[in-house]
Design a protein around this ligand. Structure first.
Ligand code: BGC
Length: 731
């Protein structure tokens, strides 16, 4: 049995950054890092916003952190009691990840006895613009207690400051800060209402960035003083009347009261778990890790709009530029397909919405069609820079080619759309722009085909596959196979054209010479070279891979001159070896396993696993899933657990030189879900029927979950010797 609680006793300054990720709460519109109320920018607090970005100077463009309306600290008899400045006698933090509620309790010793702060807060899942907090102070001794609370507009940024100025205002007792961004003048409005009955004054400091209430209380021994805070966040991108809405929302919350706001929030979480909870008996670590991963996926699901995707670090901050990678379609999509298909569609509609950006990117390289952004921000803008890594030895930026050569991103978009169509049986997304996206991606790959004069096949040259340590290679097996998949998908779409709504079908027929495209893409799909297994059954990752130095991971690690040096690029230690960063051929085999004999799957798994650093959190789950397909659940298990506990362990890299790169790992969370549900439980669909072919690890005595398939909700119940799938009715 799990208690749905992640807890930590004691205070450790070194955990400030990791705990910000571990104890995150969020609702898809915003994510609140698991930091403490009194923290200032040095401790990386953030109310990170989805889908709104800003750029200052030449630095990376990154998402915005809203002015921090949670900001609160105490002062007793003239001394501020706050972390990390004053060491506590007791400190406890907890995340109730069943309901997305963060708790903290801290006690300090003072000359008049102990003073204790207890607080809880949540990002409302009911109203995505609302945050609520309860903050309680009690002192053992008497004295003048000051509670300072309000909005801190001096936010933490990696490449900020993003607000050129902040307008502090007070309206009907409500504090309001409006931050105006540097690049496009977007506005972020935060309102704060605090409910208490004590005298207070309002103070503005830090050149208007901090707008605070100072509440003064003659504290009595042993009495608790409580304040409730409601904070709303709206931006000028949400609605024209965003400021009025922000004000009205906190007023409404004040009227409803904390208990009601909290009840509505927890009810919403219960609705999510009713469908998405996975129960594993016989393995508490897996049970906890998996549901904690699912919690994080819920926290970042965009439910407030119909076209938005998820950033590679979710809503845990500005790391990775808040950008959307192939992580969404290849690793996170399946969770939403199985539990909340409307969110899956929202993620894909983001790609439809950013098609123009992808076409522009293709054009900028002189190609036809759609080349999706490697690190996509709004409008499909590619935030990936030419110099994405800094050399630790020279301090100089290194030219990397992720943006230019990771062409497999477009095929991930196609894969996502077709997977949605096949799984849900709903072709409407094709009429809503999906068909055009697929045709444009096929046009892009078609333009990239290389044919040697005497050859009768096509190749793809100068690419980077999922393994980023080997840049600019020819015929990467994954990329070529995915390009073929794109051609096949375009052919399918052309075949489906008359099933789309009439207006879309007519428009596509006007715009494209579909019969010519049909024959072009049929030819390309048939003749594109797909690296085949050699005499030992091994598929070469790219041309020439087999001639690289075969060194063990251990030996390669021993060659490092600096713990943070980059393994790829021109001088990287892995570049001229067979060591790869992450699953590459294995990802391809996992997606197309039915094309290969089991022996081939197994040979390649064995061959590549020992040569994989798993230097990306995306890697382990692909090996785990293929291990399940090879009938090796025991070997899949540790890789599954690695993905499922990525954020609970919080041991991932936090720093690259002086740049903070930590955050949550939603792709690993999605990969853990896929491994459990599609791998161990073997849930899949065949000809419109949901079925399961389980391969549970021996110590899992019972597995249950619910999945939505083609509009119906199913209950899946698996033990070591029986499998039942029951239709429960319309989802
Ligand atoms: C991985 C990519 C991934 C990105 C974002 C990189 O380290 O190599 O495959 O898309 O991180 O998660």
């Amino acid at each position: 049995m799990m208690n749905w609680k992640l807890e930590e006793e004691g205070y450790d300054v070194d955990k400030i950054a990791t705990n910000g990720n571990k104890f995150l709460v969020g609702n898809g519109y915003l994510g609140i890092r698991g930091t403490l109320q009194e923290y200032g920018r040095e401790e990386f607090p953030a109310i990170n916003l989805a889908g709104i970005y800003d750029r200052v100077g030449d630095a990376w463009r990154e998402p915005l952190n809203a002015p921090n309306g949670l900001y609160t600290y105490i002062e007793l008899n003239g001394t501020e009691y706050r972390l990390p400045q004053i060491s506590p006698t007791n400190h406890h933090v907890a995340l109730d990840y069943r309901h997305g509620i963060f708790h903290r309790e801290t006690t300090w010793e003072t000359p008049v006895g102990k003073v204790t702060v207890k607080a809880e807060r949540f990002a409302s899942l009911k109203d995505k613009h609302l945050i609520a907090m309860k903050y309680i102070v009690s002192s053992e001794g008497e004295g003048v207690l000051r509670l300072v609370t309000g909005i801190d507009g001096d936010v933490w940024d990696i490449n900020g400051p993003h607000y050129d100025y902040i307008l502090p205002q007070v309206e009907q007792g409500i504090l309001k800060e409006i931050g105006v961004t540097h690049e496009s003048g977007d506005q972020v409005c935060v309102c704060e209402a605090a409910v208490e009955d004590f005298p207070m004054e309002i103070k503005i400091s830090d050149e208007g960035r901090k707008l605070l209430r100072v509440i003064t209380i003659q504290a009595k021994a042993g009495i608790s003083y409580t304040i409730y805070k409601y904070i709303s966040v709206y931006t000028s991108k949400d609605r024209a009347d965003f400021k009025e809405l922000a004000l009205e929302l906190v007023q409404k919350a004040q009227t409803e009261g904390y208990a009601t706001v909290k009840r509505l929030h927890t009810e919403e979480w219960e609705k999510k778990w009713k469908v998405s909870e996975v129960v594993i008996e016989g393995d508490d670590a897996a049970l906890e890790g998996l549901n904690y991963s699912i919690y994080h996926l819920h926290c970042i699901a965009p439910r407030h709009t119909s076209y938005l995707s998820i950033a590679a670090r979710g809503l845990s901050g500005q790391t990775y530029k808040g950008a959307v990678f192939w992580d969404t379609e290849m690793f996170m999509l399946d969770f939403f397909l199985h539990t909340e298909p409307t969110v899956a569609k929202t993620l894909l509609k983001y790609r439809v919405d950013t098609l123009e950006g992808a076409r522009k990117k293709a054009r900028s390289y002189g190609f036809d069609g759609a080349f999706y952004a490697w690190e996509s921000q709004e409008g499909g803008f590619d935030a990936c820079s030419d110099y994405n890594v800094t050399d630790v030895f020279t301090g100089r930026p290194m030219r990397t080619y992720f943006k230019d050569k990771q062409i497999h991103i477009s095929s991930a978009v196609v894969y996502g759309i077709m997977r949605y169509v096949d799984y849900t049986g709903d072709c409407v997304i094709l009429s809503e722009g999906g068909a055009k996206v697929i045709l444009e991606c096929a046009a892009f790959y078609y333009d990239l085909l290389v044919k040697k004069v005497h050859a009768d096949h096509y190749e793809l040259h100068d690419v980077i596959g999922p393994d980023e340590y080997h840049e600019r290679v020819n015929n990467n097996a994954y990329t070529n196979r995915m390009a073929k998949y794109t051609f096949d998908s375009a052919i399918r779409v052309i075949g489906l054209i008359d099933k789309l709504d009439q207006a879309t079908a007519e428009k596509l027929k006007d715009q494209y010479d579909l019969s010519r495209l049909y024959s072009r893409y049929s030819d390309a799909a048939a003749k594109l070279y797909i690296p085949q297994p050699d005499e030992k059954g091994i598929i070469e990752q790219f041309d020439g891979y087999r001639n690289l130095e075969d060194v063990s991971l251990q030996e390669l690690r021993g060659r490092l001159l600096h713990e943070k040096e980059y393994w790829g690029g021109a001088y990287g230690i892995a570049t001229h070896t067979k060591i790869i960063k992450q699953a590459d051929v294995v990802t391809m085999l996992n997606l197309f396993s039915s094309d290969y004999r089991k022996e081939i799957l197994l040979n390649n798994w064995e061959y590549y696993e020992k040569r994989t650093e798993h230097g990306s959190s995306l890697s382990a789950c692909m090996y785990a899933m293929l291990a399940c397909k090879c009938g090796m659940p025991e070997r899949a298990y540790s890789l599954f657990l690695k993905s499922a506990t990525e954020d609970i362990r919080g041991e991932g890299k936090q720093w690259a030189g002086l740049v903070y790169i930590g955050g949550t790992h939603p792709a690993a969370s999605g990969g853990a879900y896929m491994t459990a549900v599609e791998g161990f439980a073997g849930i899949h669909h065949e000809k419109g029927v949901l079925t399961a072919d389980p391969k549970l690890p021996a110590h899992w005595t019972h597995f249950t979950c619910k999945v939505i398939y083609r509009g119906d909700l199913y209950h899946v119940n698996i033990t070591q010797d029986k499998t039942e799938i029951t239709k429960l009715g319309r989802a």
